[in-house]
Design a protein around this ligand. Structure first.
Ligand SMILES: Nc1ncnc2c1ncn2[C@@H]1O[C@H](COP(=O)(O)OP(=O)(O)O)[C@@H](O)[C@H]1O
Ligand SMILES: [Mg+2]
Length: 189
């Protein structure tokens, strides 16, 4: 099995099962946690992530197909990433708006948690995802993304593309306005 990514939370492997390329996301144990608690946390996060990956398919968005879920592993479809994100900013913005229209908060939006392939935009990594109706949570989700984009390019260009797409797709334009409120609050803290 080939390791394609290794983070603090998980190791991602690529392999073949029944002649299909698959991805295995295996959550890592934390030595500093009590083993019983550790097993419980991994299981809960794994289940929640799998739930959201499946859920977003039900609302017509794209995520890898899930083959199986165990206590600490998700076996899913391998998505070949075209890495053409810069040409797809508006589409990505529209897709994030659809997530939020359905009250799903990604929790860790950044370009490496979004894969593009065959003109489709796939969301992955819902380890910090949750369901919420709150404008505050949706705006914070976008602000996290905005900050990663500014850190990447030091210009507003990428963010402006995402924002334009979001405004086209959203059922509540106040969410974008609310980002500024959060930013202002942060400045005076
Ligand atoms: N289904 C998949 N298909 C292709 N690549 C994937 C898939 N899942 C994860 N990856 C790759 O592995 C990386 C890490 O996976 P991710 O779920 O984001 O784990 P982490 O929680 O460690 O960030 C992703 O940025 C992506 O490059
Ligand atoms: Mg990730």
């Amino acid at each position: 099995m080939e390791i394609i990514a290794k983070g603090a939370e998980a190791t991602i492997y690529k392999t073949k099962l029944f002649n299909k390329e698959v991805c295995i996301k295996e959550r890592n144990s934390k030595k500093y946690r009590h083993p019983v608690l550790d097993t419980k946390i991994l299981k809960t996060r794994n289940k929640e992530e799998a739930f959201l990956l499946k859920k977003i398919k039900e609302i017509g968005l794209f995520s890898p197909y899930i083959y199986s879920v165990s206590n600490n592993k998700i076996i899913m479809e391998y998505i070949k990433n075209s890495k053409k994100h810069k040409d797809k900013l508006e589409e990505i913005g529209i897709e994030i708006a659809k997530l939020h229209n359905n009250n799903i908060i990604h929790g860790d939006l950044n370009l490496i948690n979004i894969l593009t392939n065959n003109n489709k935009v796939y969301f992955i990594d819902f380890g910090l995802g949750y369901v919420s109706l709150k404008i505050e949570d949706k705006a914070t989700d976008l602000l996290v993304f905005k900050k990663t984009l500014l850190a990447l390019k030091r210009t507003e260009k990428l963010w402006v593309g995402i924002k334009e797409g979001y405004l086209k797709g959203t059922n509540n334009k106040n969410i974008i306005k609310h980002i500024e409120n959060i930013e202002k609050r942060g400045r005076y803290l």
